[in-house]
Design a protein around this ligand. Structure first.
Ligand code: URA
Length: 198
């Protein structure tokens, strides 16, 4: 068994917070173990909770379309969330749920060791840049340790606010150039740490 499969078994048995009682399926994440790009969303929604897979609902369909814009398929990247279980009524994750869950994401990142992390929305942005707003941070790549971190709006944002669709697509189109290091990438000193949005 691979390190990732072992980790999935551990995550599936997690009782670390109250969501263990309300969830239908745990949604650990999925994708290539040798992926260069690691996407981090927020939390599984209803569809994800039914299927045990990340980004399979409407936001996921848009994410899949965004990947095709840059010639990638889902299987070539890695996709996970800040928290692994669906919060009831799609509410925002609670600080203690994020705290209880962040060790799983740390271990996924250690195993996959991607070249680039793409944060989707404000919860994963906050893991790397706790004091920044998505409106300012999106579309700008920065190096955190040896990883390039590239914040983007959450794909669901475009479903609620159509005007964001072009911005999200434009940001996604920058990804190949950034990976090829053809754009200047500034260094950030601190190590990532998930901070809760209060
Ligand atoms: N939104 C997320 O943040 N993650 C998913 O897996 C689905 C929707």
């Amino acid at each position: 068994m691979s390190a990732l499969t072992d980790l999935y078994h551990e995550i599936e048995n997690c009782q670390g917070c109250g969501l263990a009682k309300s969830r239908n399926r745990v949604v650990p994440g999925e994708g290539a173990e040798d992926a260069s790009i690691f996407f981090i969303g927020e939390a599984p929604g209803w569809h994800e909770d039914q299927q045990g897979r990340p980004f399979v609902g409407p936001a996921g369909q848009f994410l899949t379309q965004l990947l095709t814009l840059i010639g990638l398929r889902r299987e070539q990247v890695y996709i996970a969330n800040v928290i692994k279980c669906h919060p009831p009524q799609n509410r925002d994750p609670l600080p203690m749920e994020i705290e209880a869950c962040c060790g799983w994401l740390d271990r996924q990142l250690e195993i996959i060791h991607p070249r680039m992390v793409i944060t989707l929305g404000r919860y994963s942005l906050s893991r790397y840049f706790p004091n920044e707003s998505i409106g300012k941070a999106h579309g700008k790549a920065r190096k955190v340790g040896d990883v390039i971190v590239f914040p983007m709006y959450h794909p669901a944002a475009a479903l609620h606010q159509g005007s964001l669709r072009n911005i999200i697509e434009e940001d996604m189109r920058k990804v190949p150039m950034i990976l090829a290091q053809k754009e200047e990438i500034s260094e950030v000193a601190h190590e990532p740490r998930q901070l809760n949005l209060l």
